[in-house]
Design a protein around this ligand. Structure first.
Ligand SMILES: O=C(O)C[C@H]1NC(=O)NC1=O
Length: 245
């Protein structure tokens, strides 16, 4: 049986729970999902500054997961904060939800659209498209223009806006699939896929199945080259605990 560590890089327990439930709903029968978030950090991640703050918590959780012997780590924030740094620390696979969703979309359609939260985070999604080499696969990016935590306020407004943006994207973008650009949207993908009759992809679910696939293939993060464990050096203060030895 596998143990997968699901890391919510923001500190909102409600979002962590939404993602954990979705992860468990798609995980294989004997796969255990351990959902965590940093003790300290930002309640939501909505820009470059928030991502920088969140990265330390992600790395602390990855180290804890490595010591616990998890079979994979999921960075469950659409900016994939700290992904490569986490891969240096980890032995097991580390999958970001944006990367996972984008990869799946490219296997289902020649072009996909992204629907995320605030307009200012569209740039982060664009940076990821460039970094992952998916720029030519992404037809368009849309924002519901509501903050991340509006998805947790119980009003249903954010969820309705996501649905509207997905319907508009299907009609106007010429893309064949839609990527949901926030971990907090994880529970919307299956219903929207059925209603819109288009693959609407959630990165949390995608990442769970990718970790299971990599584990089944006995494939783990490469330690040859730039993703080898960090060079040993005396880290000071709050960073001291990050040393692997
Ligand atoms: O960038 C976003 O809109 C979504 C991103 N922020 C966050 O706190 N979790 C996320 O998935």
């Amino acid at each position: 049986p596998l143990c997968i560590q699901l890391i919510n890089p923001n500190t909102s327990l409600a979002m962590t729970e939404v993602m954990a439930q979705t992860a468990r709903s798609v995980a294989a029968g004997d796969t255990q999902i351990v959902a965590v978030c940093p003790q300290e950090g930002a309640p939501s991640i909505e820009g470059h500054f928030d991502e920088a703050i969140a990265t330390l918590g992600v790395l602390q959780q990855v180290k804890a997961g490595r010591e616990a012997g998890v079979d994979g780590h999921i960075i469950a924030c659409f900016g994939d904060p700290g992904l490569l740094a986490a891969r240096e620390l980890a032995r097991a696979p580390v999958i970001g939800i944006a990367e996972a969703a984008m990869h799946l979309a490219t296997m289902l359609a020649t072009r996909f659209s992204i629907v995320t939260t605030l307009p200012r985070t569209l740039t982060i999604a664009r940076h990821l498209l460039h970094q992952y080499g998916f720029e030519r696969h992404c037809a368009a990016l849309h924002a519901i223009d509501l903050p991340v935590l509006s998805l947790e306020d119980g009003s249903g407004l954010a969820q309705q806006k996501v649905r509207e943006q997905c319907i508009a994207a299907k009609k106007s973008d010429g893309s064949g699939a839609i990527v949901l650009g926030c971990g907090g949207m994880a529970d919307l993908a299956q219903e929207l896929t059925l209603e819109l009759n288009i693959p609407v992809i959630d990165g949390v679910s995608a990442a769970v199945k990718m970790v299971e696939s990599l584990a089944a293939l006995r494939l783990t993060t490469s330690k040859h080259g730039d993703l080898d464990y960090p060079l040993e050096k005396p880290l000071s203060g709050r960073f001291a605990g990050l040393n692997l030895r």
